[in-house]
Ligand binder design. Structure first.
Ligand SMILES: Cc1cc2nc3c(=O)[nH]c(=O)nc-3n(C[C@H](O)[C@H](O)[C@H](O)COP(=O)(O)O)c2cc1C
Length: 357
């Protein structure tokens, strides 16, 4: 239960960190969309572990096998099934913590809820599952491309050091998806220092969605902002999001209101959403990631029998998860927008007439 997301554009993921494979079934994809497998591979490569020293050294090819839903390069309107076989599972790395709860991980809560301890890399709670979401996100992006809607993200803060510029084009080239070229060196030094000290760092990702039509979002309980929040908050290690100006709560009404002219809004403190509906401005969101919980310092914990123990982790882990996390943020946002576009088609009689008359 609860492994699916979306109403019309709806995906279901399956698989565990150290199981045979992970995968996704994406339903509700319209027929006739050019299926760009190279783009799908490229999206997975952006999230892939082991590609540089800023990510876990687990080496996965993350090559997708597309099982269904495509014919002669186009979507057929039937469920698209994609599987990614796990290759570099090292369950042995976890044998010393078989009965122990790792601080900051879901081990404690999963065990108390299900009475099963899948100690192999966290099982289903592992962020390995997010590769399947990136597949769904890539398919959603193929739909958005047809409408010229763009989704981009980058890192705006690492270890409490904030960017001064927001350059999304630079982030696309940067090894750490840095939005600020000037801060990149300092951020890399911070990450290297954290790794040397067997520690980890948190970070903030900035997401921008461009060229959205006015009118996406379904009040009251499927608002654009609350669904984006739910989608993004479901990503591992995300602790909060802010829609619009992250300082809005410190501003006065005079400062915060976006005045309107006949050419559009004069500012965008709202982050592109009013009353749960897109207002045609860019969607602007900040996503706050906690530091990677797996650190290589002795920590206090308990085992499944309640005995106090010292945890000494082995294995391979990201020194900061916000970097790879930014690709997952884009993917979840793309899935929400694809879903909202399709939901919106039937919300006025004029829209229905456009289809049937
Ligand atoms: C892309 C991505 C990669 C991650 N990689 C790791 C990792 O290598 N090591 C780790 O300890 N946590 C990693 N995490 C975070 C954990 O999965 C997460 O913190 C943990 O399951 C507990 O869930 P919570 O922080 O959401 O409460 C990653 C998260 C994301 C989004």
């Amino acid at each position: 239960m609860f492994n699916s997301f979306g109403e019309i554009f709806r995906f279901t993921t399956f698989g565990e960190s150290h199981g045979r494979a992970i995968g996704v079934v994406v339903d509700g994809v319209p027929a006739g969309i050019e299926f760009d497998e190279e783009f799908l591979k490229n999206e997975l490569a952006r999230r892939k572990p082991g590609k540089n020293r800023f990510s876990t050294q687990r080496k996965e090819d993350d090559l997708p096998e597309v099982l269904s839903g495509i014919f002669e390069g186009k979507t057929t309107g039937t469920p698209i099934g994609v599987v990614i076989f796990n290759k570099d599972q090292k369950s042995k790395d976890y044998s010393n913590i078989k009965d122990i709860f790792r601080p900051g991980h879901a081990d404690f809560t999963y065990f108390h809820k299900y009475s099963i301890r899948d100690y192999r890399g966290g099982g289903r709670s592992s962020a390995r599952e997010t590769a399947a979401r990136v597949v769904a996100g890539a398919i959603a992006k193929m739909i958005l491309k047809e409408l010229n809607i763009e989704i981009e993200a980058g890192v705006i803060e690492i270890g409490g050091v904030r960017a001064k510029n927001e350059d999304f084009e630079y982030a696309k080239k940067s090894e750490i998806f840095a939005l600020d070229k000037e801060k990149e060196k300092e951020w890399i030094e911070l990450i290297d220092k954290a790794r040397e000290e067997h520690n980890s760092l948190g970070g903030v990702v900035k997401l921008r969605i461009k060229n959205l039509p006015i009118g996406l979002g379904e009040p009251i309980y499927y608002k654009l902002d609350n669904v984006l929040a739910s989608a993004i908050m479901s990503i591992n290690a995300v602790k909060g999001i802010y829609i619009g100006n992250p300082n809005a709560h410190k501003l006065t009404g005079v400062e915060n209101n976006d005045e309107i002219s006949k050419n559009g809004f004069l500012s965008n403190n709202a982050g592109g959403v009013l009353g749960g509906i897109s207002n045609g401005e860019n969607i602007e969101i900040e996503v706050y990631f906690k530091p990677t919980p797996s650190i290589f310092k002795p920590q206090k914990s308990i085992d499944i029998n309640g005995n106090e123990v010292e945890v000494n982790l082995k294995g391979r882990h990201d020194p900061i998860v916000a970097i790879r996390g930014s690709v997952v943020v884009e993917s979840m946002a793309a899935c929400v927008i694809a879903d909202m576009l399709m939901l919106n088609m039937t919300r006025t009689i004029e829209n229905i007439k456009k289809i049937y008359q």
